[in-house]
Design a protein. Sequence first.
Length: 307
Amino acid sequence: MQRLVCISKVKLLTNNPHNPDVYFDRGLAYLNTEQYSLAVKDFSKAIELEPEEPYFYVCRGYAWQDFGKLAKAIKDFSKAIELAPDDADIYISRGVVYGKLGMYREDIRDCNRAVALEPENASHHRELGMAYYDAGQIAKSMTSLSKACELDPQNPRYLYNLGAAYVEMGQFTTAIEHLSKAIIMEPLNPDLYSERSTAYYDMGNSKAALEDLATCLRLEPDNARFYQNRAFIRESIRDREGALKDYDKAIQLDPNNEGCINERERMINNKGFLETLFSIFPPSLNPYKGTGKEDGQNQNKNHNDPE
């Protein structure tokens, strides 16, 4: 269908070679089909014909972003902001790119500007919360994420993000409460169970953590990360055979997973090592902590979410 749209736009351009909207529309079609260089070319032509239209710069910024040209994306979003300084969404878009570049101060600044412009927009508070989260300012992250949940209490994505923040702060009971609410709203999302399993394990409830990971694997049986997480928990409760089976499955699904390969090799070569380790260190210091969230954090932001 998108191919047909592009062809139809070519025909329109034949009759309207100086109409920026036609180039813009075809650029959107190219963007939707991941033909980023062609999208950039058409958006650039639209800008050449109508250089004061901010949305042309916004869409070219998205094309640059998806193309991996983040500095160029920021330049286009900045131009769009210059032309439309009261458009909160553009600040959010630029903030996302700043976050991907690790420029968290700039990300936070842009998200704060968006919140100031539209204080009742739950999504903006969520984006600000995730900007704080990525910057390691977890307490401020929780404040913004709580506001997002207050404004939109039926959004499982916001509850997931807030639950992950509570896990990071070590407030596992509250994290489980929020994640359980999200699961009720979205019971087929394995990432919610994965994050809750982290909270259960960190508070010492290995049985509940394993039950959640079993649900993850029923929902998404080809996810190597879930097997890897379960392998760690099984080894921690001295189920060596089960742990080795899970590491084997994770490696089968993801042959380049060096973490799984190294852990399996360690188990084979150093039988009983982890048993000694767990007799010394409390669960809160284990290497599993955050594993479900670390991958989920790139779901959790930039500012991406579990699907």
